[in-house]
Design a protein around this ligand. Sequence first.
Ligand SMILES: C[S@@+](CC[C@H](N)C(=O)[O-])C[C@H]1O[C@@H](n2cnc3c(N)ncnc32)[C@H](O)[C@@H]1O
Ligand SMILES: [Zn+2]
Length: 335
Amino acid sequence: MRAELAPVLCCPACRGALRVTSREERAGEVIEGELTCAACGRRHPVHGSIPRFVPPANYASSFGFQWNRFRATQLDSRSGVEISKERFFRQTGWRPEDLAGSWVLDVGCGAGRFAEVALEAGANVVALDYSSAVEACRANLASGHLHVIQGDIFELPVLSERFDFVYCFGVLQHTPDPAGAFRVIGERLKAGTRLAVDIYPNLVRNLFWPKYWLRPITKRLSAERLFAIVNWMVPRLLPVSSAIGRIPLIGRQLRYLVPVMNYSGVLPLSAEQLCEWAALDTFDMFAAAHDHPRSVQDVEEWFRSLGWIDYEVFRTGVVVGRGTKPAMVSTIREA
Ligand SMILES: C[S@@+](CC[C@H](N)C(=O)[O-])C[C@H]1O[C@@H](n2cnc3c(N)ncnc32)[C@H](O)[C@@H]1O
Ligand SMILES: [Zn+2]
């Protein structure tokens, strides 16, 4: 970790200030060391230059496995297609020029596909994830403006009031309590901070999606076992799914019955990329310990209950919510 990160970090237990001690440094960066809370005395390691606030094994471990195996798959710089960039700006509504020089928090960064976009716009990005995906993110994005942290949304080790922009994409449904996670992220932001989140939609169609019938079994398999099954399954099922998808009118709906993620006709990917993305996201849908979709109304209620007045919630493929933290939240809530 580099010195610029220290002012935005805090103790996840008591929000006290943290003192850094270093055992190994390189070019002004603490590679191995420790962070000690000045208030409660708790200690947190810095390992491989990443501050670690959570145990290495936790409910998100399958994501660590996934993002270290498919480290660069969804990075625009690797795919050659601006899929993450387009989604980032469509969902946030932010402009690249506003991000330049600002402090941005990426909650649940995974391998860093969206952090890459924010960095490219000139932001200082703090990328936080619960899992060992942080290793993939750091390895992917060598930038002096990137700070990677292994931490938990529910005990944020950062002062969220220090950030100008906060986003959380692809994450909330994968926590045990999406509404609670949203509250933790949203409640301490300073007036004027812009927040954007997304979550899987809660659709009637989900009832017919084999993903949700099979998950009670698949999420219990070891990551290695599931990975082997997915690698066997995907090249066989992808052509079946694509063939069904070509049936006029109903094909796109029907192909959900084949348990494989198929982006053909959805994202501009080559045949080889379609297969790689299918393997990644089929593993993702079956491995995640939690998968709790929510409706547009749910997300509207989250913003409303925090006292936010100026926000938008809409559906693209996912449910997107975004807004700017108003100045008078506490007054409105007390009124
Ligand atoms: C589907 S991935 C999305 C990653 C990235 N945002 C993207 O869109 O590529 C979900 C991520 O949320 C992280 N996650 C889940 N629960 C978390 C928590 N409580 N705190 C921080 N990150 C969490 C997982 O480790 C995982 O990397
Ligand atoms: Zn403390």
